[in-house]
Design a protein around this ligand. Structure first.
Ligand SMILES: O=C(COP(=O)(O)O)NO
Length: 250
């Protein structure tokens, strides 16, 4: 399994950064003190992965923000897992709500991507989460279970999978889920794994939270039993704050 720490923290840089700003961010990360039992990844835009990989401390791995459903070839604009491995990616974020609700990727398409990445020994950060309307209609669990099932139907194994619960209404809004809200969903996700996959997978799979995590709220969230780390957007673009979040999970 790529990474065997009890905890997992990812920094999703999304479509942000320049060569200069990323150079500064990497420098800040390289000078940070990071706790040992946390697997840490950062996820730069594709065009900066090589720069980051060649300058970042080896204590932090690289995750791609997306990947193609299979081998490369005549797929204009796509980037294959083989190419991402070639430049040092060990992980890939798949099913992010921005890919689902902005780009329009569906559960099955995301499942195919996850299956192929895992078949090539690249770890998958499998994102799930409900829209505000779905939560208001009491459908949070149904949505998460549907998304989980699509991953479960596709993946050959859960050994290299981290689940990221990211309520869409909390992403980029500053409206972080309360520790109780996040724990409630993380618990039912772990129970779903126990019932539908195995007790071993349920106990070993890291379930991380994403959605407006910052240096001020991470400690309270990290205290929850079933929160095994974070997938951080905006706050991961600030090196010192991202280091604070990483060190809050131990
Ligand atoms: O999308 C997110 C979270 O983003 P924010 O931390 O900016 O809410 N992680 O993948």
């Amino acid at each position: 399994m790529a990474g065997s720490g009890k905890f997992f923290v990812g920094g999703n840089w999304k479509c942000n950064g320049t060569k200069d700003s990323i150079s500064k961010l990497v420098s800040d990360l390289n000078s940070s003190t990071l706790e040992a039992d946390v697997d840490v990844v950062v996820s730069p835009p594709f065009v900066y992965i090589d720069q980051v990989k060649n300058s970042l401390t080896d204590k932090i791995d690289i995750a791609a923000q997306n990947s193609w459903i299979g081998k490369g070839g005549a797929f204009t604009g796509e980037i294959s897992i083989e190419q991402l491995k070639d430049i040092g990616c060990k992980w890939v974020i798949l099913g992010h709500s921005e890919r689902r609700h902005v780009i329009g990727e569906d559960d099955q398409f995301i499942g195919k991507k996850a299956a192929y990445a895992l078949s090539q020994d690249v770890g998958v950060i499998a994102c799930i989460g409900e829209l505000l309307q779905e939560r208001e209609e009491g459908k949070t669990f149904d949505v998460c279970f549907r998304q989980l099932k699509a991953f479960a139907d596709a993946v050959p194994s859960w050994d290299n999978v981290v689940i990221a619960y990211e309520p869409v209404w909390a992403i980029g809004t500053g409206k972080v889920a309360s520790p109780q809200q996040a724990q409630e969903v993380h618990k039912v996700v772990r129970d779903w794994l126990n019932t539908n996959v195995s007790a071993d997978v349920a106990s070993k799979t890291r379930i991380i939270y994403g959605g407006s995590v910052n240096g001020g709220n991470c400690a309270e969230l990290a205290k929850e039993e079933d929160i095994d780390g974070f997938l951080v957007g905006g706050a991961s673009l600030k090196g010192p704050e991202f280091a604070t979040i990483i060190n809050s999970v131990t």
